[in-house]
Design a protein around this ligand. Structure first.
Ligand code: ADP
Ligand code: MG
Ligand code: MG
Length: 252
């Protein structure tokens, strides 16, 4: 699904990703954990092609295609999706218009028949219900004036509508109460399937109580310094990140 080889990237002239390797097979859920500032959001932004992130070395292949050669909108059409750590507000563009346009682009690219207005509304209502968001939010500007929790649930709502092949969730669980956290986990678990993969970036083990990852990686100073199974998340919860930093593994 995704193969990242020796990826190096700069932000604002400063090297943040310093040779990152990761391979994700279809159906797998990979959790990426790591201290603040280690490059987790940078990695997600580089993968979706956000402006201002300069790849200086390495490669990233999505289903065998050179991901880094594609424009951000082309990457989205190929099925890559990012739930932002800080979802952006798009005043003047309603959630409905946004979702409708996105779905139309996607379905056209996939040669799938477009939904009728009635079918589309039915689908949108169904997904709102799944994330416990009132359908009133469909008519409002994208994330405009939404609370933190509503924004995160709206990101999951988008993900459920678009059914991406590679879902990246950047700290979607941060700052959420337990009910909203379960909504996020349910969203991931609902979409989990043999032909879809997830990168779940999180600071806390808490989300991983509800979403069992196949692999856990620790990112530190722009490199993966340790990988393991879900037990690694528990270990990190107990020991923190200190023992893994600077690439030297020194268990306490
Ligand atoms: P994480 O998500 O792991 O907390 P980030 O990827 O957000 O880490 O940030 C990694 C480093 O890159 C930090 O030192 C941060 O200050 C820097 N950085 C990220 N985005 C920008 C930006 N747009 N401009 C300047 N520095 C940035
Ligand atoms: Mg951070
Ligand atoms: Mg971040």
């Amino acid at each position: 699904m995704l193969k990242i080889i020796n990826l190096k990237a700069k932000v604002d002239g400063k090297e943040i990703l310093k040779g990152l390797n990761i391979e994700i097979k279809p159906g797998e859920v990979h959790a990426i954990m790591g201290p603040n500032g280690s490059g987790k959001s940078t990695l997600s932004n580089v993968l979706v092609g956000r402006d201002g992130y300069e790849v200086t070395d390495g490669a990233a292949m999505l289903e065998g295609k050179d991901l880094l050669a594609l424009k951000p909108e082309e990457r989205a059409r190929e099925g890559i999706f990012l739930a932002f750590q800080y979802p952006v507000e798009i005043p003047g563009v309603s959630n409905l218009e946004f979702l409708k346009t996105s779905l139309e682009c996607l379905y056209t690219h996939q040669n799938k028949p477009l939904l009728s207005a009635v079918e589309f509304m039915k689908l949108a209502r169904e997904k709102c219900k799944l994330v416990d968001l009132s359908t009133v939010f469909l008519k409002r500007g994208v994330n405009e004036g939404f609370s933190g929790g509503e924004k995160k649930r709206n990101e999951i709502m988008q993900m459920l509508m678009l059914e991406p092949t590679l879902c990246i969730l950047d700290e979607t669980d941060s700052g959420l109460d337990i009910d909203a956290l379960k909504v996020v986990a349910d969203g991931i678990n609902t979409l989990r399937s043999p032909d879809r993969s997830f990168i779940v970036i999180t600071h806390y083990q808490r989300l991983l109580d509800y979403v069992q990852p196949d692999f856990v990686h620790v990112l530190s100073e722009g490199q993966i310094v340790k990988s393991g199974g879900s037990e690694l998340a528990l270990e990190l919860e107990q020991k923190g990140y200190g023992w893994l930093e600077n690439g030297t593994e020194q268990p306490v």
